[in-house]
Design a protein around this ligand. Structure first.
Ligand code: CP
Length: 336
């Protein structure tokens, strides 16, 4: 497999990337990381342009992409709907058709439930340059790839039977999308990992994607189990990833978008029943000795996790965040 084989390939979900392609991207990310630390020039995208459209806020994704483009020798436009004619209703088709005649890649974050992934696919259907997801309502492939790189750095490339607890956690910050845990349950079992999802019954993941993730586990010798008890999820884990997500999985896209205010009210009421779902020192004690704590960030300190855990030696969150730039550069460098 060669870098040039990836030119023009969309990056909307890792499910559309073969394992060999993901491994190639991870190898490139590792090599770009070394070059970054030696400050060896690596201008794979000299004079190229990336358009980044953010429908929501971002710290890690925005800056890993923009700084990444600069380091690769190109330039990224940081766009939001208010800066574009999207705010006056311009279609995804026209946006993609026009931008794809002016640059070399389009990246987009649109996490509106039932809307975001459709929007990205509409961009892809009408673009002659690669579309990269910066997170949508279903997938966050940039995060998934950085997570996998970080896990391999700590546990090695052979990840069979590494036990991961992906747990729902209480948060007051906002109803976070399902895309991080959904991307993780799809990806980790493909690498043979033993994944347990712990969540209250009111916060299910999306059934159609869970079914695909189960197939990934069966086909690749991984495991995927579900429990409704945070303690049980943490038991014997090598890695814990406790994070809030909204109760979107209870609703079809149409139901949610027809009754958004009602659904949000119900989600909020359900949320308040589970304030005790916090990653604290006692729960970390249920996991294996040397357990690692991961979080895509931003974390809701004091709600999702205690300061004693997130600021402890177990936390590898800053490595995880740093790997966002190395993996983003690999994806941009390969596809653009
Ligand atoms: N993890 C992540 O995507 O962070 P941002 O929302 O800050 O981009």
């Amino acid at each position: 497999m060669k870098n040039k084989d990836f030119k023009g390939k969309h990056f909307i979900t890792l499910q559309d990337w073969k394992k060999a392609e993901i491994d190639h991207a991870l190898n490139l990310a590792g090599s770009l990381k070394k070059k970054y630390y030696k400050w060896t020039p690596h201008r794979m995208l000299r004079d190229k342009t990336l358009f980044m459209m953010f429908f929501e806020q971002s710290t890690r994704t925005r800056n890993s992409m923009e700084a990444g483009m600069t380091q690769l020798g190109g330039h990224a436009h940081d766009l939001t709907p208010d800066k574009m004619q999207l705010s006056h209703g311009e279609s995804a088709r026209d946006t993609a058709m026009v931008l794809s005649r002016m640059g070399h890649g389009i990246a987009c974050r649109n996490c509106f439930y039932g809307i975001g992934n459709k929007y990205l696919n509409e961009l892809a259907d009408n673009s002659r340059i690669p579309i990269m997801s910066l997170q949508d309502d279903l997938y966050h492939p940039m995060q998934g790839l950085a997570d996998l790189m970080t896990i391999q750095e700590y546990f090695g490339k052979e990840l069979k039977d590494i036990k991961i607890a992906i747990s729902w956690a209480y948060a007051t910050s906002h109803a976070k999308p399902l895309s991080v845990p959904l991307s993780q349950i799809l990806l980790f079992p493909r690498y043979g990992m033993d994944v347990t999802v712990a969540a209250p019954k009111e916060f299910p993941l999306l059934k159609s994607i869970v079914d695909t993730a189960q197939n990934n586990a069966v086909e690749n010798g991984g495991k995927l189990n579900f429990v409704d008890d945070m303690d049980a999820g943490f038991e014997d884990a090598d890695i814990v990833i406790p994070k809030n997500w909204g109760g979107f999985g209870n609703y079809t896209f149409d139901e949610y978008n027809a009754n958004e205010a009602e659904c949000m009210k119900e989600m909020k009421a359900n949320l308040e029943k589970h304030k005790d779902w916090i990653c604290d020192e006692r729960r970390m004690g249920l996991a294996k000795k040397g357990v690692k704590y991961m979080h895509a960030l931003p974390a809701d300190r004091g709600n999702e996790v205690t300061p004693g855990v997130i600021d402890s030696e177990a936390a590898i969150i800053y490595d995880e965040a740093e790997n966002r730039i190395h993996t983003a550069k690999a994806i941009m460098g390969l596809t653009m």
